[in-house]
Write a protein that binds this ligand. Structure first.
Ligand code: SF4
Length: 402
């Protein structure tokens, strides 16, 4: 059976945060019951037409704010899933949650239902940072959420943190880091703030109400994270992710980084299966309507899919490199790459590899079996990735254009 992952997008938020440009909506929570029914319909439709039996080893509910759904609504989704697909006994099942939306009871019931990994958006411990990010929660709600999760028996707990926030000092960032690892949890995801177009944060910065993030300071904060977390026993395994050992790595996200298949459900969700990428209608009314219209689409697409892209072998090679180079320890397994595409990566990208290794951004590890970013390369990842995209197919390899 083919090992697959499932992603569910829950696009509801109580209120949109000032820096957020994700596919999320506030003021639409009254749609949630109808949305859950639609997700169940999409599950039935997609999984009824799989060409090979699937074995699901990770399930991820992301958002938005998945913790806005009730336990009963998750029960309904799990019932539908278990009737339609094989879920492995030790499957990783993750819920993303906003700390201010959960109660002790809710977390205990999530655990009883089968969730075994929970991820909270902490972002920062500083009230000033949280105000600039326009987040509603206080650090105290993170303290409670983590405590309740531990008491409920969650062994895998993640906190998301953001650095490079306008006016954030290095000391304040280090303090957030110290408080986050001080919980003794097994996973941290750490992101640099990106000021996205059409966000309130961008509007405030453009009008001079808030200063722009300082990129050099941001780079120093990232280095702080690498140094401090390593001293504290965390292993960086991806550009933005640290865990306490291999068994604590996020298996769902590893599926993306290893360029393996996943199916996406819900408004705006993406999927990747074989050589096909899918994308669902993005707004909630469009998504609900598409499932009512019930247009016929072949696997892996459901009626909710608004675009499918068929990738050539060359497209997949380039995407695979970009995704797998994010894995800072493992990088690209060159033997697996050869087995997957029937060609050596070194023959396709000779010049790029020469340039990037000479600049100290890429290195071969494990006796030349893996290719990965160096520490310097982690800071300048975009300069590496850009070398592997948009290239013409090298002479003699035109058959990769299929
Ligand atoms: S809670 Fe998360 S998804 Fe929702 S608006 Fe804020 S940052 Fe975006």
């Amino acid at each position: 059976m083919e090992k697959t992952s499932l992603y569910f997008h829950i696009p509801f938020c109580r209120r949109r945060c000032g820096y957020c440009d994700f596919n999320t909506f506030d003021g639409l929570n009254s749609y949630i019951p109808e949305y859950v029914d639609a997700i169940c319909q999409e599950i039935i439709e997609v999984l009824a037409k799989t060409p090979n039996p699937l074995s699901v080893h990770t399930i991820y509910f992301g958002g938005g704010t998945p913790s806005l759904l009730t336990i009963g609504q998750y029960e309904e989704i799990f019932k539908t899933l278990s009737r339609n697909v094989w879920i492995e006994k030790d499957a990783e099942i993750t819920l993303e949650a906003n700390p201010e939306t959960v109660t002790r009871n809710y977390i205990t019931e999530l655990k009883a239902l089968g969730f075994n990994r929970i991820s909270f958006g902490m972002q920062s411990s500083s009230p000033e940072d949280l105000r600039i990010l326009d987040r509603r929660h206080k650090f105290e709600s993170v303290v409670n959420a983590v405590m309740w999760s531990k008491q409920a028996g969650f062994l895998h707990i993640n906190l998301d943190l953001i650095f490079g926030i306008p006016m954030q000092s290095r000391e304040s960032w280090r303090n957030s880091l110290r408080l986050a690892f001080g919980f003794g949890i097994d996973h941290l995801s750490i992101y640099s703030l990106i000021v996205e177009e059409s966000t309130r944060l961008k509007y405030w910065i453009d009008r001079g109400l808030i200063s722009e993030p300082d990129n050099d300071l941001g780079a120093s904060m990232y280095e702080d994270a690498m140094d401090i977390l390593e001293q504290e026993g965390y292993q960086q395994y991806e550009i933005s992710n640290w865990s306490r050992g291999e068994e604590s790595q996020c298996r769902h996200n590893l599926q993306y980084w290893r360029y393996l298949p996943y199916l996406g459900f819900g408004a705006g969700a993406h999927g990747f299966y074989g050589n096909i990428r899918t994308q669902n209608f993005g707004t909630i009314p469009q998504y609900l309507q598409s499932l009512k219209d019930n247009r016929r689409n072949d696997f892996p697409a459901s009626a909710a899919v608004c675009s499918t892209i068929t990738l050539s072998q060359w497209d997949r090679i380039q995407e695979n490199i970009m995704m797998s180079l994010r894995l800072t320890e493992e990088g690209i397994n060159l033997d697996e790459f050869h087995a997957r595409y029937g060609i050596l990566l070194q023959s396709l990208f000779r010049e790029q590899l020469h340039r990037l290794t000479a600049r100290g951004l890429l290195e071969f590890s494990d006796q030349g079996k893996h290719l990965r970013l160096t520490r310097r390369g982690r800071l300048l990842g975009n300069q590496v990735f850009i070398e592997f995209i948009g290239n013409d197919i090298p002479k003699g390899y035109e058959y990769l254009n299929r």
